[in-house]
Design a protein around this ligand. Structure first.
Ligand SMILES: Nc1nc2c(ncn2[C@@H]2O[C@H](COP(=O)(O)OP(=O)(O)O)[C@@H](O)[C@H]2O)c(=O)[nH]1
Ligand SMILES: [Mg+2]
Ligand SMILES: [Zn+2]
Length: 293
């Protein structure tokens, strides 16, 4: 499946043709990246079954869950010097990716702007997690940015996530020379040219670029990244810098907040864990511990 807009989706057949399909009944949870079985009905189709997924990235607030895409090889979290990024959103995105078992990396865009040094400094705790942080200036240094991105996007399916204004469209236009044509074709198939910003779309990278057979998935922006599907007790395991000190706690079921002999808290006091990351852990632990109905 290559595009989704509500219950209207577009599937790609093995020979590359695009067919508009409806989601019917219980098959409403098909997402971009899914392999589906479908049946033709006139010039359109109906999705009948979803093949088992390797993974699924989704967010979940208190009431509902919203899927981004399935069967991903990587998540590129794109942030920018401006608008300045939220540590909380970044942490949540990374935790959701870790929880889905999908490797993530970070792109820092607009390093041509004066706040670059500050942004770089703020990203240090994430680089310390072993995450790759790739610096970009998609608009002012497109050639260098392309060279930095291409090997990391080749031959895999990458979901690009980031708040609006960070440069997601600039990135797609840089790497997918025929993005406009792909958007046009999918909008025509969806018959919803006017809704373009709320469509999740998969772009093929192969057409004449050097990125092999990779794909980029661009998904609409969102307000808040809920991770209510994560159990509080699993949180530390999904934050590698916290997890690294879990073995040093006196109690095996330590929650790393008030317990005596907590190796995580001691590591935070020594600044082996960045203060901002320990604060995030505590904040998320409390949020996820609120009783759910
Ligand atoms: N200074 C600077 N501006 C950029 C860069 N990349 C993108 N922009 C600008 O940032 C704005 C938002 O970019 P856009 O791709 O629409 O972001 P999106 O909302 O994430 O899709 C546009 O005005 C771009 O021209 C960059 O490397 N440096
Ligand atoms: Mg955009
Ligand atoms: Zn502890």
């Amino acid at each position: 499946m290559v595009a989704a807009h509500g219950r209207h989706v577009v599937i790609e057949t093995p020979d590359g043709a695009h067919v508009r399909c409806h989601l019917r009944g219980k098959k409403t949870d098909a997402v971009v990246g899914d392999s589906v079985q479908w049946a033709r009905s006139g010039d359109e189709g109906v999705v009948e079954a979803i093949e088992p997924r390797r993974n699924l990235l989704f967010r979940q607030d208190e009431w509902r869950s919203k899927s981004f895409a399935a069967n991903l090889d990587a998540v590129l979290v794109l942030v920018a010097v401006e608008p300045s990024f939220s540590d909380s959103q970044l942490a949540r995105t990374l935790i959701a990716a870790a929880s889905a078992g999908i490797p993530a990396w970070i792109g820092l865009n607009k390093i041509d702007l004066p706040g670059a040094a500050t942004a770089r400094e703020r990203l240090k705790p994430y680089a310390h997690l072993g995450l790759e942080v790739v610096e970009l200036a998609l608009k002012t240094q497109p050639e260098l940015s392309r060279q930095a991105l291409q090997p990391r996007l080749a031959d895999r399916t990458t979901l690009v996530l980031g708040p609006s204004g960070v440069g997601k469209s600039t990135l797609v236009n840089l790497l997918v020379p025929d993005a406009g044509a792909q958007v046009g074709e999918i909008s025509q198939a969806l018959n919803s040219g006017k809704h373009t910003t709320t469509v999740t779309r998969c772009y093929r990278l192969q057409n004449g670029s050097q990125t092999g057979s990779g794909a980029l998935i661009d998904s609409p922006g969102f307000q808040a990244f809920g991770i209510h599907h994560v159990e509080p007790a699993d949180l530390a395991r999904l934050m590698p810098d916290i997890a690294a000190h879990q073995g040093e706690c006196r109690f095996y079921n330590c929650t790393h907040r008030q317990e005596p002999g907590c190796g995580v808290r001691q590591a935070a006091e020594r600044a082996d864990i960045a203060a901002v990351r320990y604060a995030q852990y505590c904040e998320l632990y409390d949020e996820l511990s609120v009783r759910r109905f």
